[in-house]
Design a protein around this ligand. Sequence first.
Ligand code: IPM
Ligand code: MG
Length: 363
Amino acid sequence: MNYKLAVLAGDGIGREVVGEATQVLQQAARLYGFSVELEEGLVGGASIDEYGAPLTDPVLKLAKESDSVLLGAMGGPKWDGLDYSIRPERALLALRQQLGLFANLRPVKVFSALTSASTLKREVVEGTDMLVVRELTGGIYFGQPKGVTRLADGSERGVNTEVYTTPEIERIAHVAFQAARKRRRKVTSVDKANVLEATELWRKVVSRVHQEGRYEDVRLEHMLVDNCAMQLIRDPKQFDVMVTTNMFGDILSDEAAMLTGSIGMLPSASLGGKVGMYEPVHGSAPDIAGQDKANPLATILTVALMLRHSLNQSEAADRIERAVEAVLNSGYRTLDIQEKDCRAVGCREMGRLVREKIEFFKG
Ligand code: IPM
Ligand code: MG
C-alpha cells in the first residue's frame, strides 16, 4: 500500500515538530510494510511571505488529492497586523471548510508519568481519558453576517454570528455517539441553551438524534458551557465524550489540554470529508521557534491518529502511543513538561528517543 500525504508544516515550531513526526511516519511505514509519499506545501505565514496569500490553489489541490494531510501550526507576530482575510490562520479555516472537515476529534489522555506536570492536583487529573468532539466548519467561526462597519457617529460596530442548522448538528451528534460506543458510552453535549437560541437548537437536535438514532446504549447528558469549564478542572474524570460547538470546543479543548500537563501533548484529527487532516492542538509558539525547544509529542501522537483513522494501520498507531508513554516513563521531558529529577531534552532528541522506543518494541 502506498499513501500520498500532504505535509503542511506551516510556521514557527510547526516545521520542527512536523520534521520529527514525519520521521516517525516513515519508520512506521518501514516496520509495517507500507509506503508513504510525502509532498510538502507552504501554508500560513510561510505562504504569505512567498506568494502573498496564506493558502494558494496548488496547495489546496495538493491537500484535496492526497490520502491525508499532516499540518503543523500557523501564525506569528510577524503577520498579526494583516487584514483578517489574509492572516495565516485563514489557511487553516479554509482548509477545514474546503475539505469538509466538520468533526474535530481531540483526545485528552493523561499519561501517568505526567500527572505531576499538570498545574492541577495529581488525584484530580490522574486517569483522565476523554475525547472532545468539536464541530469545526460551522458556528460563529463561519456565520454571516460578520465584519466591522463604521457607524454614522464615527464609532465602529463589530459583528460575528453564531449559526447552526439541523443537519450540521445531526452529523456531529452522530460522530459523538458513535465514538462513545467505542469508549465508555457517555456523551456530554455542551451548550449555552439558557441564553443562546442557536445552542438551544443544538440541545434539542442532539437529544433527538440520541433517541431516533437508537443510541440508547449511550448515556447523554447536557451541560452549560460555563459549568463545563468548571467541571473540567473540578472533576475531569466524569467526562468520556464531550460534543460541542466550534467556539466552545476551541476554548474547552485548550482548558482540557492543561489536564495533561501541556498543550504540547495534544493531538487532533479533523474528519468528515474524503481526506482527513491531522494537526497538533498547539500553535506555532513563535517565542521558542527555531531553538530546538518545542515538544514534538503532540505531532507524533497526531501521526498515530492519522495511522488509525485514515491509513488503517492501528497496530502502528498503538506502537507509537506506547513508545511515547515509555519515553515519558523513562523520565525524558521537553521544556513545557519539565519536572525536577527528569532529563531535559530538545525537540530533536525527544523525536529520536521515541523512534528508538518504536524500533525496540516488537509486534
Ligand atoms: C485551534 C486553533 C485555531 C482555531 C486557530 C489557530 C484559528 O486555536 O485549532 O484550536 O481557533 O480553531
Ligand atoms: Mg484553539
